[in-house]
Design a protein around this ligand. Sequence first.
Ligand SMILES: Cc1ncc(COP(=O)(O)O)c(C=O)c1O
Length: 363
Amino acid sequence: MAETDEHIAEAIGRPDLIRVDEGLICLRFETMKVVSALAAVRHLLDTGAVRRGDTLLDSSSGIYAYALALACHRYGMRCHIIGSTTVDHTLRTQLGILGAHLEQMPPSSDLKLDQKRRVARVHEILDAHPEYHWMRQYHDDIHYLGYRAIADRVRAAAPADGSPLTLVGGVGSGASTGALARYLRADGAGPVRLAGVQPFGSVTFGSEHVADPEIIIAGIGSSIPFANVSHTAYDTVHWLSFDTALAGSVDLLRRHAVFAGLSTGASYAAARWEHAHVPGGTTVFIAADTGHRYVDTVFARHAEAADLDGLAPRTVSSLEELALPWSRMEWAGARAPARAQATAGAARGPARAAFPDPARGLA
Ligand SMILES: Cc1ncc(COP(=O)(O)O)c(C=O)c1O
């Protein structure tokens, strides 16, 4: 008899592996963080940190809200989300029916202010409800756990001849790229290179001094330090402008019929470049979400998209040299830049004391 899933979250969490070119594989999720939230909630229940019926709280700009709501639905938990202004009508409607409580920030074009407001609101809620469990998706490494099974699937799709595997993905909380690289490296089946993808204007890998005039690439980069980013795990970092990511997303749909979001377009562009420069290797890039949220801001503008074949990064040797539209640097396992160093307690300590002071941490 064919195996069935017990809950749709398990099906949504399982990615497809699509070979879009010789040795170039798209790890395509419908919604990436479902697998991470499911394993994190399961771990909290198994270790007795929470009990069924408890309330799980976190702030999200989109896909984590959906992922946590599904995990709460699966395991009988209550869910309270402080949502960014970017949470759209489709997601808002689903969250309501799924039983998640969404508090959404007022409309704002300043996403740093939006992030700051959300962090402040989380603190207020925890003061009023000390019994709530704050998930801390950006800091608590229980969010790594769910990616172990995905790493096994990636390994099974790569040649078993010890040739190099390069993993390319956007870095938001850092959990997906950090976890996949950690588990792939631990299996000892061959060398694993990790390339992180960033927007300009993010503190995570030190691009905060370069502003992108276009809208941001949702879900990647940050204006505050995140403990879940393992800086030393990255060999290479790419910084892409919105326009370059748009060119990637449009090319991926046109050439390979994969309809995915902007962080995917950026990762695909970076992956093509890395792949062309590592002869004989396999390159896997992460597609974290589908293109639906980006129809108006990205795909409707396809006529303006630059030809991806005509674009290439400028490789720089220091962060001072970073410049639009596309820069690349050998990170070579360096530590976090000063402004991206998360406090030691952020990942493990008590929820309220652990997070950096929002007034200080946000630009
Ligand atoms: C669309 C999108 N891509 C990539 C990422 C980065 O994933 P991670 O938080 O695991 O670094 C996110 C995170 O929110 C996202 O929303």
